[in-house]
Design a protein. Structure first.
Length: 463
């Protein structure tokens, strides 16, 4: 039941606020929960329900909610100097942040271009690759290879390299610049195929695509270390390493999209080298960079890529790409404080310590009714649920309904989820304690059982 005083706010939300991924059929009629306050790993709704935040906002609230040190860093910077144009001048917080990021990136990824979030970081990476090849006299080398189920953002180019088919249905995209490799989810490998054979096939997909298109036309390969909103797809071990080797062989750049995996989600500042054994050419990050307290992203480019197009080799070019809020001082100040706290409080160690419990509890769900797969790494996980459809049932509608039911039960029990159709994904704040990890999975298990009972009852009635 909604608080009656909330009626006006609800109508503003319905009539004026167009949300991401807005459902056009139900425009103006949806009743979203309102999250009005939050502390630690819990959010509070307008009805004073306190819920554990399973998705960590949107994979981003690394240090949890209500952190007064982060809030104070932002307030201090806003009082001191909230904003000045990065086109005209620099400021010491952004310069220091660029330095601190460069200290934590692998290899020679030392050039940090600040953006407003993940999509603009990816967009910047793609525009940089085009710009660089034009300068190098390779104007035909423009195709970017991506993968089915990838999500890289919502700007035109970032959306064009995203591979979630349903999201593209009614949109135009830069199809002439992209090529997609088939699903890399080992769970969906053909029957009778081992994981090793599947890995060989997936690596071959990349090389075959480059050979088919022609290496002289392929500019880059873009990949999330773990396909995040595509359903937390962890590739077989060695996949990224072998893909990087192929890219190197064919002069194709490797863009590693660490928007979700960066800043601690897998227990390291960046996952590329420490977890996946690759030093890519470009890393994009956002989200956890500020723990979600202010919008900011970054496109981090290697010195090597810069060298042959700068100085005497620049041909007088300007990299005309930038945002009013590139290196926004308030965002930079909170990002610096975020790094300082993570380091001081051993947050990355904590993630590495608590991840085995998280993954163990996740795997335990596989014995429950409807659960068809569980997968994850570090503090990110996914539970996929399915029921066999009956004659006349629409599979997508059924899957969506399952996710929604689990979500509704969990919310009643004190856990906020983010169902993506029939998958529930988790990426709680990194500071989550053992008790709350256990509570989260206890509730999720109960939510799945109750949703399975609903389905069984419904079927009985229908039979
Ligand atoms: C891997 C990845 N890249 C890019 C983005 C886009 O980031 P943003 O929503 O900050 O623009 C996302 C968002 O979820 C993401 O998961």
């Amino acid at each position: 039941m909604r608080n009656r005083d909330f009626a006006a706010t609800l109508s503003w939300d319905q009539e004026n606020f167009v949300h991401p991924w807005e459902d056009m059929e139900g425009l103006g009629a949806g009743e979203r929960s309102f999250v009005e306050s939050a502390d630690g790993v819990r959010v509070t709704t307008e009805n004073a329900e306190r819920l554990i935040d399973g998705p960590g906002g949107m994979w981003c609230v690394q240090l949890g909610y209500g952190n007064s040190e982060l809030a104070e860093a932002m307030a201090r910077q806003a009082r001191e100097m909230a904003y000045f144009s990065p086109f005209t001048a620099s400021n010491s917080v952004s310069a220091q942040l660029a330095h601190e990021i460069a200290l934590r990136t692998p290899g020679d990824l030392n050039r940090v271009f600040f953006t407003t979030g993940g999509s603009t970081a990816v967009d910047t990476a793609l525009r940089f690759v085009q710009f660089r090849n034009n300068l190098l006299g390779k104007p035909d080398k423009k195709i970017v290879i991506s993968r089915e189920k990838a999500y890289h953002g919502s700007t035109y180019l970032a959306a064009s390299v995203s591979g979630k088919e349903r999201d593209k249905n009614w949109f135009d995209q830069a199809d002439e610049l992209t090529h997609f490799l088939p699903d890399v989810n080992p769970y969906r490998r053909p029957a009778g195929t081992t994981v090793e054979e599947f890995l060989d096939a997936k690596v071959a997909d990349l090389e075959n695509a480059i050979l088919e298109i022609g290496a002289h036309r392929v500019a880059a390969f873009i990949a999330e270390p773990i396909l995040a909103s595509g359903g937390v797809v962890v590739p077989p071990e060695g996949y990224h390493r072998r893909c990087l080797d192929i890219c190197r062989r064919h002069d194709v750049l490797y863009i590693c999209d660490e928007v979700v995996t960066g800043f601690g989600r897998l227990g390291h500042w960046f996952a590329s080298e420490t977890v996946f054994d690759i030093v890519p050419d470009i890393i994009t990050c956002a989200k956890g960079l500020t723990s979600g307290y202010a919008p900011m992203g970054a496109c981090i480019i290697s010195d090597r890529l810069m060298q042959d197009i700068s100085g005497n080799a620049s041909r007088g070019a300007t990299f005309s790409n930038g945002y009013t809020y590139s290196g926004h001082p308030v965002s930079a100040a909170v990002a610096l404080k975020n790094i300082e706290i993570m380091e001081r409080d051993g947050v990355l160690d904590h993630v590495r310590r608590i991840s085995p419990l998280f993954q163990e509890r996740l795997a335990d769900l596989s014995g429950l009714p409807m659960v068809s797969d569980t997968r994850g790494m570090g503090l990110v996980g996914c539970v996929e649920c399915n029921v066999d459809g009956m004659d006349g049932e629409d599979a997508l509608q059924l899957d969506t309904e399952i996710g929604a039911r689990i979500d509704a039960h969990c919310q009643r029990l004190g856990l906020l989820l983010r169902p993506i159709i029939n998958m529930c994904v988790f990426s709680p704040p990194l500071i989550i304690a053992e008790d709350d990890v256990n509570l989260m999975f206890d509730i999720l298990g109960e939510g799945i059982r109750r949703a399975a009972d609903d389905v069984a009852r419904q079927r009985k009635r229908g039979a």
